[in-house]
Design a protein around this ligand. Structure first.
Ligand code: RTP
Ligand code: MG
Length: 138
């Protein structure tokens, strides 16, 4: 079976807390390949495209502001079933209830802010992965 690719983002909270290395190590320890990596502060335009499905939701504007607040590390990650596998490794959206053993469950918490700061993003389908990888890497 051909290897699959996903987009992982280490969000500004993860970068600012110095967790980039630990998060990348977890991805590698699981057996996935880090194919490409870049660090940048994303523009509103890129984030509007990335989060188009959430436009109009109450957390949309705080989410975009949070994502523009500092550097993000974007990673192209490869491996069989990596889309599903990384989502499993990341854990549930809310760090408070994300299972221990996951990135969000072990390294995250609720900070009482307007948006869940949950350390990482992972594409949720092959269509999202293709769209997001083109957006962040091309
Ligand atoms: P992601 O897209 O970042 O991998 O996370 P996800 O699928 O688990 O979550 P999603 O529903 O796609 O939401 C995107 C991001 O928006 C923030 N969020 N905050 N009520 C809230 O405060 C809230 N809901 C969503 C999170 O940062 C989430 O990852
Ligand atoms: Mg999502």
């Amino acid at each position: 079976m051909a290897s699959e690719e996903t987009l992982v983002l280490i969000k500004p909270d993860g970068v600012a807390r110095g967790l980039t290395g630990q998060i990348l190590a977890r991805i590698e320890q699981k057996g996935y390949e880090l194919v490409d990596i870049r660090k940048l502060t994303p523009s509103r335009d890129v984030l509007a495209q990335h989060y188009a499905e959430h436009e109009g939701k109450p957390f949309y504007e705080p989410l975009v502001e949070f994502m523009m607040s500092g550097d993000v590390v974007a990673v192209r990650v490869a491996g069989n079933r990596v889309i599903e596998g990384f989502r499993s490794l990341a854990g549930a959206t809310e760090p408070t209830t994300a299972a221990p053993g996951t990135i969000r469950g072990d390294l995250g918490r609720d900070w009482g802010l307007k948006v869940q700061q949950n350390l990482v993003h992972g594409s949720d389908s092959p269509e999202s992965a293709a769209r997001e990888l083109a957006l962040w890497f091309d």
